[in-house]
Design a protein around this ligand. Structure first.
Ligand code: DX5
Ligand code: ZN
Length: 213
């Protein structure tokens, strides 16, 4: 199980220390949640902070864009040379075109869908993406409860991947802890993102190990 650490809810004035904690924890990815106050009610951080983080760490930067208009931000994140950019199918713009642009720069491209969004909405993306992010909470904030019925879709995505010989990673985000990760493992998930479970604990490394299993 690949583990992404989401720094959405950390004290932003302690960002560098939190990133060093993630480096030492054994987490595979640093998950960066960009929120615009429009696609979701809250605003988190943008390209400037991500660019600064890129200068200070070798962690794999997994960027999750919860924004209404991703086009400009995608161009800026490509310049920042992040490792992975995941777009929501519910966002505006030509999402397929943006995914292809991301890939043409040698950056991993992911497609995300909300708990209530049907898989057929992302069907055209599946042959080209490196990752599918099934949200396991309604996006917008940390600390929410895992929505179990989303597991039907991760299961389907795993089956579809096998049948069509595709390679995307199946990621989930929201409400992940030592219990919900077990459901994820049973339902085809390859990668979990965790925020509060990791950071509301003095021992991040132990918690990462619990998720890796
Ligand atoms: C939610 C964000 C998540 C969030 C997860 O919209 O995309 O990455 O940080 O937080 P937890 O693990 O607390 O649900
Ligand atoms: Zn996220």
């Amino acid at each position: 199980m690949l583990v992404g650490a989401s720094i959405l809810d950390v004290d932003y004035l302690e960002m560098e220390k939190k990133i060093r904690d993630v480096e030492k924890s054994g987490a595979d990815w640093l998950h960066l949640d960009v929120m615009d106050g429009n696609f979701v009610p809250n605003i988190s951080f943008g390209v400037k902070l991500i660019t600064d983080i890129k200068q200070r760490t070798n962690l794999f930067l997994d960027c999750h864009l919860m924004v209404q208009n991703p086009t400009h931000i995608v161009q800026e994140l490509i310049k920042a040379n992040v490792d992975q950019i995941t777009l929501h199918i519910e966002s505006d713009g030509d999402i397929l075109h943006l995914l292809r642009t991301i890939k043409s720069h040698g950056i991993n491209a992911g497609i995300a869908l909300n708990p209530e969004t049907e898989i057929n909405q992302i069907a055209a993306c599946l042959p080209l993406v490196d990752l599918v992010l099934q949200m396991t909470v309604v996006p917008g904030k940390g600390g929410q409860s895992f929505i179990e019925k989303t597991m039907a879709k991760t299961n389907y995505l795993a089956d579809y991947k096998r049948r069509n010989k595709l390679n995307y990673i199946i990621q989930v985000d929201g409400g992940i802890n030592h219990q919900t990760v077990l459901l994820c493992k049973e339902n085809g998930v390859d990668s979990v993102v965790a925020g509060s479970f990791l950071f509301h604990s003095p021992a991040i490394k132990e918690r990462v190990n619990m998720l890796k299993g």
